[in-house]
Design a protein around this ligand. Structure first.
Ligand code: AMP
Ligand code: MG
Length: 332
């Protein structure tokens, strides 16, 4: 009886230990890239090598698309004179082309040439301020996706006005998330969770401990992702979403903003006015099987607002494949 008294806790401990050992190893790395904190978590024995490969790729994407780095492919276009075809890397060309097609579909709501406006407002810098009306008007003159043409055969971009500058801030993180999941899958990772500054990508579901597997009969369970409550400290969830495979992308007015005279000026601009979009929404979240489309759509739908959303959605459907499984949720 005495022996049992000692053995019982030991057995329970062993039982719990074995149960947890049966959970695949986890590898997690965090790095600041694309102007945001990126965390990649992968489970299983391929995890470490795969996560390192993902970061190698994310650094490459960041280097090519960073509009604020002089050495990027984007800077080559942004500093080029007008009416001069600029030859760019094929990957860069293809992403600009996809975003240009989307800009056309979402005309007036989404535009990849907003960098001059973004710089004028100074979002994310210490010099953020409300521009004077004439400054805004002058800057607007070099904004518009119609001011660039693309030549797919030669992979060139031509600006038709001096001062036109591309900003793929609403596009690159979604594309990077697509690339990250592709790399993880190819490396043999079965379960992973990525956080790209609030944009989440998951695959395979969250591995369960042995006990949970026994009791639920499931090897994994969906990842639970919190949706940020706009005015609460970062990490406070207003709601949660469960997802096994796919992307959850949010555009919100709380992500980057400054306040002047009691007014909040946020980073998602209405291309028609050059001012922060005033659609009455605080955030738009898309759940999708495609990170790039989710990223572009979340920004455009934020600008569109609740009433115009169905119209924009239908317009976009005409040029891009929107999977029927796509879900949309928003905060007013
Ligand atoms: P997101 O957080 O994905 O909604 O993207 C916001 C970023 O996209 C901003 O920081 C700008 O760089 C850029 N952006 C802002 N407004 C627009 C817009 N209407 N269309 C396209 N890009 C935009
Ligand atoms: Mg976006």
């Amino acid at each position: 009886m005495k022996v049992f008294k000692f053995l019982a806790p030991l057995l329970i401990l062993l039982f719990l230990l074995l149960g947890n050992l049966a959970v695949p190893r986890m590898h997690r790395e965090t790095e600041f890239l694309m102007d945001t904190v990126i965390t990649v978590t992968a489970y299983g024995r391929h995890g470490k090598a795969a996560v390192q490969e993902v970061f190698w790729r994310l650094r490459e994407i960041d280097a090519k698309f960073n509009a604020h780095s002089e050495k990027s492919e984007l800077a080559k276009i942004n500093t080029a004179p007008e009416n001069t075809p600029v030859s760019v890397d094929k990957e860069v060309f293809n992403l600009i082309k996809s975003a240009h097609i989307f800009s056309t579909a979402a005309e007036g709501l989404f535009d990849i040439t907003l960098l001059p406006l973004n710089n004028l407002w100074g979002f994310g810098t210490e010099n953020a301020s409300v521009p004077a009306e004439n400054e805004l008007k002058n800057t607007m003159a070099s904004v518009g996706f119609g001011l660039i043409t693309l030549d797919a055969e030669n992979c060139t971009v031509t600006k038709h006005k001096a001062g036109v500058q591309l900003d793929l801030g609403a596009v690159v993180k979604g594309y990077a998330a697509d690339e990250a999941l592709r790399i993880l899958k190819e490396a043999g990772v079965e379960s992973a969770y990525l956080d790209l500054g609030g944009n989440v990508a998951v695959m395979g579901g969250m591995p369960q401990s042995l006990w949970k597997r026994i009791f639920s009969g499931q090897k994994t369970r969906p990842f639970v992702i919190g949706l940020q409550e706009p005015d609460a400290p970062s990490g406070t969830a207003i709601d949660t979403l469960s997802l096994t495979d796919g992307f959850i992308v949010t555009s919100g007015d709380y992500e980057r903003y400054f306040e002047a005279d009691g007014v909040r000026y946020h980073h998602i601009l209405d291309p028609k006015t050059g001012q922060p979009a005033q659609s009455g929404l605080r955030s738009v979240t898309i759940v999708s099987e495609n990170g790039l489309i989710a990223d572009m759509l979340s920004t455009a739908l934020f600008v569109a607002g609740e009433k115009e959303m169905p119209v924009l959605y239908d317009l976009c459907r005409q040029v891009i494949t929107i999977n029927d499984a796509m879900e949309l949720t928003y905060v007013k």
